[in-house]
Design a protein around this ligand. Structure first.
Ligand SMILES: Cc1cc2nc3c(=O)[nH]c(=O)nc-3n(C[C@H](O)[C@H](O)[C@H](O)COP(=O)(O)OP(=O)(O)OC[C@H]3O[C@@H](n4cnc5c(N)ncnc54)[C@H](O)[C@@H]3O)c2cc1C
Length: 380
Protein backbone atom coordinates (compact mmCIF):
# COMPACT_ATOMS: atom_id res chain seq x y z
CA UNK A 1 0.00 0.00 0.00
CA UNK A 2 1.39 3.38 -0.99
CA UNK A 3 1.49 6.41 1.31
CA UNK A 4 1.49 9.80 -0.36
CA UNK A 5 0.82 13.37 0.61
CA UNK A 6 -0.80 16.34 -1.11
CA UNK A 7 -1.74 19.81 0.11
CA UNK A 8 -5.22 19.35 -1.33
CA UNK A 9 -7.08 16.12 -2.15
CA UNK A 10 -10.10 16.27 -4.48
CA UNK A 11 -12.54 13.37 -4.28
CA UNK A 12 -14.29 12.81 -7.62
CA UNK A 13 -13.24 13.21 -11.24
CA UNK A 14 -16.43 14.70 -12.71
CA UNK A 15 -16.73 18.23 -14.07
CA UNK A 16 -16.42 19.83 -10.63
CA UNK A 17 -13.45 17.75 -9.47
CA UNK A 18 -11.48 18.12 -12.70
CA UNK A 19 -12.16 21.83 -13.06
CA UNK A 20 -11.20 22.44 -9.43
CA UNK A 21 -8.02 20.40 -9.86
CA UNK A 22 -7.06 22.42 -12.93
CA UNK A 23 -7.72 25.78 -11.26
CA UNK A 24 -5.73 24.80 -8.17
CA UNK A 25 -2.82 23.39 -10.15
CA UNK A 26 -2.70 26.53 -12.31
CA UNK A 27 -2.14 28.48 -9.09
CA UNK A 28 0.72 26.20 -8.12
CA UNK A 29 -1.11 24.15 -5.49
CA UNK A 30 0.00 20.60 -4.79
CA UNK A 31 -3.23 18.80 -5.67
CA UNK A 32 -4.19 15.15 -6.04
CA UNK A 33 -7.54 13.98 -7.44
CA UNK A 34 -8.88 10.57 -6.45
CA UNK A 35 -11.53 9.04 -8.72
CA UNK A 36 -13.34 5.78 -7.95
CA UNK A 37 -13.64 4.73 -11.60
CA UNK A 38 -12.76 6.54 -14.81
CA UNK A 39 -12.73 10.31 -15.27
CA UNK A 40 -16.06 11.78 -16.39
CA UNK A 41 -17.70 8.38 -16.45
CA UNK A 42 -20.65 9.33 -14.24
CA UNK A 43 -23.12 12.25 -14.57
CA UNK A 44 -20.59 14.69 -16.03
CA UNK A 45 -19.89 12.55 -19.07
CA UNK A 46 -23.41 11.15 -19.46
CA UNK A 47 -25.55 14.26 -19.18
CA UNK A 48 -27.55 15.96 -21.92
CA UNK A 49 -25.15 18.90 -22.31
CA UNK A 50 -27.68 21.69 -21.74
CA UNK A 51 -26.32 24.95 -20.40
CA UNK A 52 -29.35 25.98 -18.37
CA UNK A 53 -30.09 29.35 -16.91
CA UNK A 54 -33.86 29.71 -16.60
CA UNK A 55 -35.85 28.05 -13.83
CA UNK A 56 -36.88 24.57 -14.96
CA UNK A 57 -40.59 24.71 -15.81
CA UNK A 58 -41.76 21.34 -14.38
CA UNK A 59 -40.27 22.26 -10.99
CA UNK A 60 -41.77 25.77 -11.16
CA UNK A 61 -45.18 24.22 -11.85
CA UNK A 62 -44.74 21.67 -9.04
CA UNK A 63 -43.12 23.77 -6.30
CA UNK A 64 -44.49 27.27 -7.00
CA UNK A 65 -43.38 30.87 -6.74
CA UNK A 66 -42.01 30.81 -3.17
CA UNK A 67 -39.66 28.00 -4.13
CA UNK A 68 -38.64 29.89 -7.28
CA UNK A 69 -37.87 33.05 -5.27
CA UNK A 70 -35.70 31.07 -2.86
CA UNK A 71 -33.92 29.65 -5.94
CA UNK A 72 -32.99 33.13 -7.27
CA UNK A 73 -29.39 33.07 -5.91
CA UNK A 74 -28.89 29.91 -7.99
CA UNK A 75 -29.89 31.83 -11.13
CA UNK A 76 -27.23 34.44 -10.45
CA UNK A 77 -24.75 31.60 -9.89
CA UNK A 78 -25.74 29.92 -13.17
CA UNK A 79 -25.34 33.22 -15.00
CA UNK A 80 -21.79 33.57 -13.70
CA UNK A 81 -21.13 29.97 -14.69
CA UNK A 82 -22.46 30.61 -18.21
CA UNK A 83 -19.93 33.43 -18.56
CA UNK A 84 -17.16 31.00 -17.61
CA UNK A 85 -18.45 28.48 -20.20
CA UNK A 86 -18.05 31.19 -22.85
CA UNK A 87 -14.31 31.45 -22.16
CA UNK A 88 -13.61 27.78 -21.55
CA UNK A 89 -12.93 26.54 -25.12
CA UNK A 90 -10.22 29.16 -25.60
CA UNK A 91 -8.72 28.48 -22.18
CA UNK A 92 -8.55 24.74 -22.83
CA UNK A 93 -7.58 25.16 -26.49
CA UNK A 94 -10.30 22.71 -27.52
CA UNK A 95 -13.66 22.67 -29.26
CA UNK A 96 -16.08 21.72 -26.48
CA UNK A 97 -19.23 22.01 -28.57
CA UNK A 98 -20.17 25.19 -26.68
CA UNK A 99 -22.93 26.95 -28.64
CA UNK A 100 -24.98 29.61 -26.88
CA UNK A 101 -27.86 30.28 -29.28
CA UNK A 102 -30.38 30.65 -26.46
CA UNK A 103 -33.12 28.55 -24.91
CA UNK A 104 -36.65 28.49 -26.31
CA UNK A 105 -39.58 27.43 -24.16
CA UNK A 106 -42.84 26.69 -26.00
CA UNK A 107 -46.42 26.84 -24.70
CA UNK A 108 -49.45 25.18 -26.29
CA UNK A 109 -52.11 26.62 -23.95
CA UNK A 110 -52.81 29.99 -22.37
CA UNK A 111 -52.28 28.46 -18.91
CA UNK A 112 -48.79 27.34 -19.96
CA UNK A 113 -48.13 30.83 -21.30
CA UNK A 114 -49.10 32.29 -17.90
CA UNK A 115 -46.66 29.88 -16.26
CA UNK A 116 -43.82 31.05 -18.54
CA UNK A 117 -44.64 34.72 -17.85
CA UNK A 118 -44.76 34.23 -14.07
CA UNK A 119 -41.47 32.35 -14.20
CA UNK A 120 -39.86 35.03 -16.39
CA UNK A 121 -40.82 37.73 -13.88
CA UNK A 122 -38.96 35.91 -11.11
CA UNK A 123 -36.00 35.22 -13.41
CA UNK A 124 -35.82 38.94 -14.22
CA UNK A 125 -35.57 39.74 -10.48
CA UNK A 126 -32.37 37.64 -10.51
CA UNK A 127 -30.97 39.35 -13.62
CA UNK A 128 -31.88 36.55 -16.04
CA UNK A 129 -33.86 37.87 -18.96
CA UNK A 130 -36.42 35.67 -20.71
CA UNK A 131 -38.15 37.49 -23.55
CA UNK A 132 -41.84 36.67 -23.83
CA UNK A 133 -42.90 36.00 -27.42
CA UNK A 134 -46.32 35.71 -29.03
CA UNK A 135 -47.04 32.92 -31.48
CA UNK A 136 -45.88 34.75 -34.62
CA UNK A 137 -42.63 36.00 -33.11
CA UNK A 138 -41.89 32.61 -31.61
CA UNK A 139 -42.41 30.81 -34.92
CA UNK A 140 -40.28 33.40 -36.74
CA UNK A 141 -37.44 32.73 -34.33
CA UNK A 142 -37.99 28.97 -34.11
CA UNK A 143 -39.75 27.85 -37.33
CA UNK A 144 -39.15 24.19 -36.45
CA UNK A 145 -41.76 24.38 -33.63
CA UNK A 146 -45.26 22.95 -33.93
CA UNK A 147 -47.78 25.41 -35.47
CA UNK A 148 -49.93 24.59 -32.44
CA UNK A 149 -47.78 26.71 -30.10
CA UNK A 150 -49.52 29.76 -28.65
CA UNK A 151 -46.30 31.54 -27.65
CA UNK A 152 -43.24 31.10 -25.50
CA UNK A 153 -40.05 32.54 -24.10
CA UNK A 154 -36.47 33.05 -25.28
CA UNK A 155 -33.62 33.11 -22.76
CA UNK A 156 -30.71 34.26 -24.91
CA UNK A 157 -27.85 33.19 -22.65
CA UNK A 158 -28.66 29.48 -22.67
CA UNK A 159 -27.16 26.86 -24.92
CA UNK A 160 -25.22 23.62 -24.95
CA UNK A 161 -21.83 21.97 -24.69
CA UNK A 162 -20.79 18.44 -25.58
CA UNK A 163 -19.91 16.44 -22.45
CA UNK A 164 -18.02 13.92 -24.59
CA UNK A 165 -15.68 16.70 -25.72
CA UNK A 166 -15.65 18.61 -22.44
CA UNK A 167 -14.60 15.85 -20.07
CA UNK A 168 -11.49 14.52 -21.92
CA UNK A 169 -10.36 18.10 -22.62
CA UNK A 170 -10.71 18.96 -18.93
CA UNK A 171 -8.78 15.86 -17.86
CA UNK A 172 -5.93 16.74 -20.24
CA UNK A 173 -5.92 20.36 -19.04
CA UNK A 174 -5.81 19.37 -15.37
CA UNK A 175 -2.82 17.08 -15.96
CA UNK A 176 -1.12 19.71 -18.11
CA UNK A 177 -1.52 22.21 -15.28
CA UNK A 178 0.24 19.81 -12.90
CA UNK A 179 -2.57 18.04 -11.02
CA UNK A 180 -1.90 14.45 -10.02
CA UNK A 181 -4.80 12.14 -10.85
CA UNK A 182 -5.41 8.61 -9.58
CA UNK A 183 -8.27 6.73 -11.25
CA UNK A 184 -9.77 3.48 -9.89
CA UNK A 185 -9.01 4.83 -6.43
CA UNK A 186 -12.28 4.81 -4.52
CA UNK A 187 -12.11 6.67 -1.22
CA UNK A 188 -13.28 4.30 1.52
CA UNK A 189 -12.44 6.27 4.65
CA UNK A 190 -11.26 9.63 5.91
CA UNK A 191 -9.48 9.72 9.24
CA UNK A 192 -8.34 12.76 11.23
CA UNK A 193 -4.59 13.19 11.32
CA UNK A 194 -2.08 15.80 12.43
CA UNK A 195 -2.54 18.89 10.26
CA UNK A 196 -5.58 17.54 8.44
CA UNK A 197 -6.77 14.12 7.32
CA UNK A 198 -5.68 10.81 5.90
CA UNK A 199 -7.75 9.82 2.89
CA UNK A 200 -7.89 6.06 2.44
CA UNK A 201 -8.36 4.16 -0.85
CA UNK A 202 -7.80 0.51 -1.79
CA UNK A 203 -4.58 1.61 -3.52
CA UNK A 204 -3.12 3.56 -0.64
CA UNK A 205 -3.43 6.52 1.69
CA UNK A 206 -2.96 10.23 1.11
CA UNK A 207 -2.10 12.61 3.93
CA UNK A 208 -3.61 16.03 3.24
CA UNK A 209 -4.41 19.39 4.77
CA UNK A 210 -7.53 20.10 2.70
CA UNK A 211 -10.19 18.01 1.01
CA UNK A 212 -12.68 18.94 -1.72
CA UNK A 213 -15.72 16.68 -1.79
CA UNK A 214 -16.72 16.61 -5.47
CA UNK A 215 -18.22 13.13 -5.42
CA UNK A 216 -21.53 14.11 -7.05
CA UNK A 217 -24.38 11.71 -6.32
CA UNK A 218 -22.14 9.78 -3.89
CA UNK A 219 -21.10 12.87 -1.92
CA UNK A 220 -23.30 11.91 1.02
CA UNK A 221 -21.08 8.88 1.61
CA UNK A 222 -18.02 11.12 1.75
CA UNK A 223 -19.83 13.36 4.25
CA UNK A 224 -20.69 10.32 6.37
CA UNK A 225 -16.97 9.42 6.58
CA UNK A 226 -16.39 12.60 8.62
CA UNK A 227 -19.73 12.47 10.43
CA UNK A 228 -21.45 15.18 8.37
CA UNK A 229 -24.95 14.46 7.07
CA UNK A 230 -25.39 15.89 3.54
CA UNK A 231 -28.90 15.93 2.10
CA UNK A 232 -27.89 14.81 -1.39
CA UNK A 233 -28.50 11.56 -3.23
CA UNK A 234 -28.59 9.95 -6.64
CA UNK A 235 -31.65 9.87 -8.90
CA UNK A 236 -31.57 7.70 -12.03
CA UNK A 237 -32.15 9.61 -15.29
CA UNK A 238 -32.07 8.77 -18.98
CA UNK A 239 -31.32 10.61 -22.22
CA UNK A 240 -31.84 9.59 -25.86
CA UNK A 241 -30.12 10.58 -29.10
CA UNK A 242 -31.75 10.31 -32.53
CA UNK A 243 -30.20 9.50 -35.88
CA UNK A 244 -28.73 12.58 -37.62
CA UNK A 245 -31.31 14.79 -39.33
CA UNK A 246 -30.85 17.93 -41.45
CA UNK A 247 -29.83 21.06 -39.52
CA UNK A 248 -33.02 22.19 -37.83
CA UNK A 249 -32.72 23.28 -34.19
CA UNK A 250 -30.02 25.79 -33.17
CA UNK A 251 -31.55 26.39 -29.72
CA UNK A 252 -31.94 24.48 -26.49
CA UNK A 253 -35.69 23.71 -26.57
CA UNK A 254 -38.05 23.21 -23.62
CA UNK A 255 -41.78 22.67 -23.26
CA UNK A 256 -44.02 24.36 -20.68
CA UNK A 257 -46.15 21.20 -20.82
CA UNK A 258 -43.61 18.97 -19.07
CA UNK A 259 -40.12 17.51 -18.97
CA UNK A 260 -38.17 18.24 -22.15
CA UNK A 261 -34.74 19.38 -23.19
CA UNK A 262 -33.91 19.05 -26.87
CA UNK A 263 -30.86 20.13 -28.81
CA UNK A 264 -29.16 19.21 -32.06
CA UNK A 265 -25.53 18.13 -32.19
CA UNK A 266 -23.06 19.20 -34.86
CA UNK A 267 -23.50 15.78 -36.58
CA UNK A 268 -27.29 16.30 -36.82
CA UNK A 269 -28.32 13.92 -34.02
CA UNK A 270 -30.86 15.35 -31.58
CA UNK A 271 -30.31 14.82 -27.85
CA UNK A 272 -33.63 14.46 -26.05
CA UNK A 273 -33.92 14.48 -22.26
CA UNK A 274 -35.26 16.77 -19.58
CA UNK A 275 -35.18 14.72 -16.39
CA UNK A 276 -37.09 11.54 -17.30
CA UNK A 277 -36.42 8.78 -14.75
CA UNK A 278 -34.52 5.60 -15.62
CA UNK A 279 -35.08 2.34 -13.75
CA UNK A 280 -32.75 0.74 -11.20
CA UNK A 281 -32.65 -3.06 -11.46
CA UNK A 282 -32.52 -5.21 -8.33
CA UNK A 283 -28.76 -5.63 -8.86
CA UNK A 284 -28.29 -1.84 -8.86
CA UNK A 285 -27.70 -1.54 -12.61
CA UNK A 286 -29.58 1.32 -14.31
CA UNK A 287 -31.67 0.51 -17.39
CA UNK A 288 -33.78 2.60 -19.73
CA UNK A 289 -37.42 2.84 -18.68
CA UNK A 290 -39.60 2.25 -21.77
CA UNK A 291 -42.42 4.40 -20.34
CA UNK A 292 -40.02 7.31 -19.85
CA UNK A 293 -38.64 6.81 -23.34
CA UNK A 294 -42.13 6.94 -24.88
CA UNK A 295 -43.10 9.98 -22.77
CA UNK A 296 -39.89 11.83 -23.60
CA UNK A 297 -40.10 11.15 -27.36
CA UNK A 298 -43.81 12.00 -27.30
CA UNK A 299 -43.33 15.45 -25.79
CA UNK A 300 -40.37 16.08 -28.13
CA UNK A 301 -42.53 15.31 -31.19
CA UNK A 302 -45.35 17.46 -29.85
CA UNK A 303 -43.06 20.49 -29.63
CA UNK A 304 -40.83 19.79 -32.67
CA UNK A 305 -42.92 17.70 -35.11
CA UNK A 306 -39.86 16.62 -37.16
CA UNK A 307 -38.85 14.50 -34.15
CA UNK A 308 -41.73 12.13 -34.93
CA UNK A 309 -39.81 11.00 -38.02
CA UNK A 310 -36.34 10.84 -36.40
CA UNK A 311 -35.48 7.36 -35.18
CA UNK A 312 -34.03 7.04 -31.69
CA UNK A 313 -30.57 5.49 -31.95
CA UNK A 314 -29.54 5.05 -28.34
CA UNK A 315 -30.68 5.81 -24.80
CA UNK A 316 -28.37 5.88 -21.82
CA UNK A 317 -28.70 6.28 -18.08
CA UNK A 318 -26.82 7.84 -15.17
CA UNK A 319 -27.28 8.99 -11.58
CA UNK A 320 -27.87 12.70 -11.17
CA UNK A 321 -26.91 14.38 -7.89
CA UNK A 322 -30.10 15.79 -6.36
CA UNK A 323 -30.98 17.91 -3.33
CA UNK A 324 -34.63 18.30 -2.26
CA UNK A 325 -34.96 22.02 -2.99
CA UNK A 326 -32.45 22.14 -5.87
CA UNK A 327 -30.01 24.36 -3.95
CA UNK A 328 -26.32 23.46 -3.82
CA UNK A 329 -24.24 22.21 -0.93
CA UNK A 330 -21.28 24.48 -1.34
CA UNK A 331 -18.74 25.70 1.17
CA UNK A 332 -16.52 24.65 4.05
CA UNK A 333 -17.85 21.93 6.32
CA UNK A 334 -19.09 23.66 9.51
CA UNK A 335 -17.49 21.03 11.74
CA UNK A 336 -14.39 20.23 9.73
CA UNK A 337 -12.32 23.23 8.68
CA UNK A 338 -10.38 22.40 5.54
CA UNK A 339 -13.10 20.13 4.10
CA UNK A 340 -14.98 21.81 1.25
CA UNK A 341 -18.17 20.42 -0.23
CA UNK A 342 -18.60 21.31 -3.93
CA UNK A 343 -21.99 19.94 -4.96
CA UNK A 344 -24.38 21.61 -7.37
CA UNK A 345 -27.45 19.42 -7.99
CA UNK A 346 -29.63 18.66 -11.02
CA UNK A 347 -28.01 21.19 -13.38
CA UNK A 348 -24.47 20.68 -12.16
CA UNK A 349 -23.00 20.55 -15.67
CA UNK A 350 -24.18 24.13 -16.29
CA UNK A 351 -23.00 25.18 -12.83
CA UNK A 352 -19.72 23.21 -13.00
CA UNK A 353 -17.35 26.07 -13.89
CA UNK A 354 -18.61 28.36 -11.11
CA UNK A 355 -18.83 25.54 -8.55
CA UNK A 356 -15.19 24.75 -9.26
CA UNK A 357 -14.20 28.43 -9.00
CA UNK A 358 -15.77 28.65 -5.53
CA UNK A 359 -14.26 25.33 -4.41
CA UNK A 360 -10.79 26.32 -5.63
CA UNK A 361 -10.90 29.71 -3.89
CA UNK A 362 -12.06 28.15 -0.61
CA UNK A 363 -9.42 25.42 -0.85
CA UNK A 364 -6.77 28.12 -1.26
CA UNK A 365 -8.03 29.78 1.93
CA UNK A 366 -9.67 32.71 0.13
CA UNK A 367 -13.24 33.82 0.57
CA UNK A 368 -15.90 32.71 -1.89
CA UNK A 369 -16.31 34.95 -4.96
CA UNK A 370 -20.11 34.73 -4.45
CA UNK A 371 -22.14 35.08 -1.26
CA UNK A 372 -22.99 31.59 -0.07
CA UNK A 373 -25.77 32.70 2.33
CA UNK A 374 -29.15 31.93 0.76
CA UNK A 375 -27.41 29.94 -1.96
CA UNK A 376 -25.84 27.00 -0.18
CA UNK A 377 -27.73 24.59 2.06
CA UNK A 378 -24.64 24.58 4.30
CA UNK A 379 -25.37 28.21 5.26
CA UNK A 380 -29.02 27.74 6.36
C1 LIG B 1 -28.85 11.74 -17.57
C2 LIG B 1 -28.46 13.08 -17.02
C3 LIG B 1 -28.67 14.24 -17.76
C4 LIG B 1 -28.29 15.49 -17.25
N1 LIG B 1 -28.40 16.58 -18.04
C5 LIG B 1 -27.88 17.76 -17.63
C6 LIG B 1 -27.86 18.89 -18.50
O1 LIG B 1 -28.28 18.81 -19.65
N2 LIG B 1 -27.36 20.07 -18.02
C7 LIG B 1 -26.87 20.18 -16.74
O2 LIG B 1 -26.46 21.26 -16.35
N3 LIG B 1 -26.83 19.11 -15.92
C8 LIG B 1 -27.32 17.91 -16.33
N4 LIG B 1 -27.26 16.82 -15.52
C9 LIG B 1 -26.68 16.98 -14.18
C10 LIG B 1 -25.15 17.02 -14.24
O3 LIG B 1 -24.66 16.06 -15.14
C11 LIG B 1 -24.56 16.79 -12.86
O4 LIG B 1 -25.21 17.64 -11.93
C12 LIG B 1 -23.06 17.11 -12.85
O5 LIG B 1 -22.40 16.43 -13.90
C13 LIG B 1 -22.44 16.73 -11.52
O6 LIG B 1 -21.05 16.87 -11.66
P1 LIG B 1 -20.11 16.42 -10.47
O7 LIG B 1 -18.70 16.62 -10.92
O8 LIG B 1 -20.55 17.08 -9.22
O9 LIG B 1 -20.45 14.86 -10.25
P2 LIG B 1 -20.14 13.57 -11.15
O10 LIG B 1 -20.02 13.85 -12.57
O11 LIG B 1 -21.13 12.55 -10.72
O12 LIG B 1 -18.71 13.16 -10.64
C14 LIG B 1 -18.51 12.65 -9.34
C15 LIG B 1 -17.36 11.68 -9.42
O13 LIG B 1 -17.05 11.26 -8.10
C16 LIG B 1 -16.64 9.92 -8.16
N5 LIG B 1 -16.78 9.32 -6.82
C17 LIG B 1 -17.92 9.05 -6.15
N6 LIG B 1 -17.63 8.47 -4.95
C18 LIG B 1 -16.27 8.41 -4.89
C19 LIG B 1 -15.37 7.89 -3.91
N7 LIG B 1 -15.80 7.32 -2.77
N8 LIG B 1 -14.04 7.97 -4.17
C20 LIG B 1 -13.58 8.54 -5.33
N9 LIG B 1 -14.41 9.01 -6.29
C21 LIG B 1 -15.72 8.96 -6.06
C22 LIG B 1 -17.60 9.30 -9.17
O14 LIG B 1 -17.09 8.10 -9.71
C23 LIG B 1 -17.72 10.42 -10.20
O15 LIG B 1 -16.82 10.26 -11.28
C24 LIG B 1 -27.68 15.57 -15.97
C25 LIG B 1 -27.46 14.41 -15.24
C26 LIG B 1 -27.83 13.18 -15.74
C27 LIG B 1 -27.57 11.95 -14.94
Amino acid sequence: MTRESADIVIIGGGIVGLMTARLLALEGADVMLLEAGDLGAEASGANAGSIHLQIQCPEFAAYGEDWARAYRPCLDFLKRSQALWTDLPEQLGADLGVRLAGGIIAARTDAQMDLISAKAAIEAEAGVETEILDRDDLLKRAPYLSPEVVGGGHCRLEGKADPLQVMPALARAAVRAGARIATHSRVSDIAPARGGHVVVTACGEVQTGRIVNAAGAAAGRIGAMIGTALDIKGFPLQVTVTEPVAALVPHLVYSAAGKLSLKQLANGGCVIGGGWPARERADGVLVTDPGSLAGNMGIAAEVVPAMARARALRSWTAWVNGTPDWRPILGEDPNHPGVIHALFPWVGFSAGPMTARVAADLALGRSSPVALGGLSLLCD
